[in-house]
Design a protein around this ligand. Sequence first.
Ligand SMILES: Nc1ncnc2c1ncn2[C@@H]1O[C@H](COP(=O)(O)OP(=O)(O)OP(=O)(O)O)[C@@H](O)[C@H]1O
Length: 283
Amino acid sequence: MNHEVIRLSHISKKFKDEPVLKDLNASLAEGEILGFLGPSGAGKTTTIKILTGQLKPTSGDAYILGINSGHIDETIYEQIGIVTDSSGIYEYLTVWQNLEYFAKILKVSKERIHEVLHQVGLYEHRKKPAGKLSKGQTQRLVLARAVLHRPKVLFLDEPTSGLDPSTALEIHKMLFQLRNEGMAIFLTTHNMEEAAKMCDHVALLNEGVIVEYGTPNEICLKHNKVKKYTLQLSSGKTYTLEQTDENIKKISQWMADDVIETLHSCEPTLESVFLEMTGRELS
Ligand SMILES: Nc1ncnc2c1ncn2[C@@H]1O[C@H](COP(=O)(O)OP(=O)(O)OP(=O)(O)O)[C@@H](O)[C@H]1O
């Protein structure tokens, strides 16, 4: 079994008297991606801040690399990488100079800068001022900086938010590669499709409560109580039917009459599970 690198144990957080996180429990092992999914204001960033020692929980314990996050010192930053909105990139420095600056602080070799620039596909752009990069390229530079020192744990707050689908796909490929190298990735998103594709485990967070936790497949199967089918007939009409005795007879008759063009089962998605459990859409 893979080594556990993060544990949230009964974490609650209040700002003044306002409860923002309520009794969160979750864990992340090396070589895995954990997705924290929830709409704006659900408490995702607050959870990252607690895990990285930037905020103290009101109750409960958070552990990172075996250390209680309330007792970590700055040496922990040698082992973690954090990517949030505030990119911390210097616009007037080139791509290379930006990484060189952080490499000095983190005592990372020049060879590693070359390696990471190739990995994120920015080697050709290394002499460009960071301020002239596209949004997707900037995001890749931020990611390059965060993984420069080969952290054991990487925190990503909405890594593909606002990116076009093909750039988002490139970021996904990079994250898979990093995960396969053994990095543990804690990812927040409100993109359920991204989560279903990327994450080994997901926590569905609503108003500070984890309403569902497991692998995306486990969660969808658990909510696949009423089986449904969509059909398109040769007349062009489409139907979504629940699996009842009456509908099975209807479908069998259409089959016998050879009037079915397409027939699919409709399994729940993380999006539909979230809607079912909370009555609200994610995005
Ligand atoms: N320092 C703070 N003081 C008071 N309230 C705060 C503070 N930080 C966050 N909050 C509140 O806590 C709640 C959760 O915020 P958080 O930033 O964790 O949400 P989020 O899920 O990351 O949202 P988003 O997807 O918009 O980034 C929000 O209602 C927010 O207003």
